[in-house]
Design a protein around this ligand. Structure first.
Ligand code: AMP
Length: 418
């Protein structure tokens, strides 16, 4: 929350050891470069058997960086018709060239169009909506923007970016997220805020307490809408949207477009929104992907310990399936001398934020996470993603491995397959 005693009061507006082997399929089959299996396909076992996880999708040894399409933006940041202070803050943040989603979305949002952005984290989508919306509130100081996101961490991330872009502008924001005392948020909402960024449950709570009135919020961003659906926020989302003016500007971002997501687009947006897709492929092009077969009762803990002893595993994000499993794994790794933090739903938001900061600032080399806790996180320079437990779906897999190989960096993703 931006604070200023002068602000107006609201008045209206590897090569692992042991019996496991990287990239080698048991029963004599070896790894392959992304081609389909020939011969008998090993069947995944246990709880996943009925989900038909195809482990061939976790292997991609050919990283064809040179063949990746080079994006040539149609605009420079200087071309966007935005306030000069905003332009200066963009430059101060080190952004030189717009990313594809920024290149396409910023002019459309500036001209007031509704947007469906099909983009995942790492594409620069936050700035794609923040830059034109900050300009909008600079043009009309009574403008208010609501940003609804699935997780506490994503809200904080967006708020941090908001603060960097609005330095020196006397624009204000409140983070309305769950799991932390509501008192401070209520106090913040007593003042006029240009931006309210929050999670659906807490936003709804604040509306019900009468401290957040949405009638004057003429712009709404639904970020990671597919995740909010997955997390069961649909009723809260509907309830929040129903409190907004019907004549409004709606920006909708989702990494995937399913039948349910299409339904939401029809429900929440004006007819014919501008659709912008920046998803280039099924998985990140610059992530080298491979599997580690865990055979004959080898210990996954031992294998992971072996990997983490290698120097190239500089900053490692490990995914586990359950909250308890994730906590246990972090404890085991710590007991074996690896600086590790854990992030999962049994931790309160400030504990999660601390774990995340430890990882971001390299106090912890390893972050062990559940899918939900790691959603949408932007962590620079992750060298490896390790799927200690297999993801539940290919979609989760894509989200997980997208945490490495960001920007023009290369990353590695390893999936334990037992
Ligand atoms: P996002 O997809 O919004 O989470 O952004 C991913 C990362 O890219 C963040 O660390 C941003 O600060 C960074 N980023 C976004 N846009 C640009 C840009 N035009 N140039 C350089 N970095 C950017």
């Amino acid at each position: 929350m931006q604070r200023n005693s002068m602000r107006p009061v609201r008045n209206g507006p590897p090569q692992p050891s042991g019996r496991a082997s990287a990239g080698r399929i048991s029963n004599g089959m070896r790894r392959f470069g992304g081609r389909p299996f020939s011969g008998r396909r090993p069947q995944p076992r246990g709880r996943f058997s009925e989900k038909k996880i195809d482990i061939s999708r976790y292997i991609n040894t050919t990283v064809k960086q040179s063949e990746a399409e080079v994006f040539v933006p149609a605009h420079a940041f200087a071309d966007f018709q935005v306030d000069t202070r905003l332009r200066a803050n963009i430059a101060a943040k080190g952004y030189e060239v717009p990313t594809p989603i920024q290149d396409k979305a910023i002019p459309e949002i500036l001209s007031g169009k509704d947007i469906v952005g099909i983009a995942n984290t790492g594409t620069g989508k936050t700035a794609a909506f923040l830059i034109p919306l900050i300009n909008k509130v600079l043009l009309g100081k009574n403008e208010q923007v609501l940003i609804v996101v699935p997780t506490h961490e994503l809200a904080i991330q967006i708020d941090e970016e908001f603060k960097a872009f609005t330095k020196g502008m006397r624009l204000f924001s409140v983070c309305a997220v769950g799991g932390v005392p509501i008192r401070k948020q209520i106090a913040g909402l007593r003042y006029f805020n240009n931006f309210v960024i929050g999670t659906p449950g807490r936003i709804k709570d604040l509306i019900e307490r009468g401290v957040l009135q949405l009638a004057r919020f003429r712009t709404v961003v639904l970020d990671e809408a597919d995740r909010m659906l997955d997390m069961g926020f649909i009723h809260d989302m509907r309830s929040i949207i129903s409190k907004l003016p019907t004549e409004r500007h709606t920006l909708f971002f989702s990494a995937t477009i399913s039948f349910d997501v299409e339904h939401l687009i029809k429900e929440f947006l004006r007819d014919d929104p501008v659709r912008i897709s920046v998803k280039t492929g099924e998985t990140a092009q610059n992530v080298h992907q491979d599997i580690i077969r865990v055979t004959g009762g080898a210990s996954k803990y031992d294998i992971l310990h072996g990997l983490l002893q290698k120097k190239e595993f500089e900053k490692v994000l490990v995914f586990g399936r359950t909250k308890h499993g994730v906590q246990r794994l972090a404890d085991v790794l710590r007991s074996r001398g690896h600086s590790s933090a854990a992030i999962h739903g049994n931790k309160n938001p400030s504990q999660r934020q601390r774990a995340l900061n430890d990882f971001k600032t390299n106090r912890a080399r390893v972050l062990v996470a559940t899918d939900v806790a790691a959603r949408g996180l932007d962590i620079p320079d992750v060298s490896h993603v390790i799927n200690f437990d297999m993801p539940k779906s290919h979609d989760d897999y894509v989200h997980r491995i997208g945490r490495t190989g960001r920007g023009d960096k290369k990353g590695k993703a390893l999936t334990f397959v037992d």
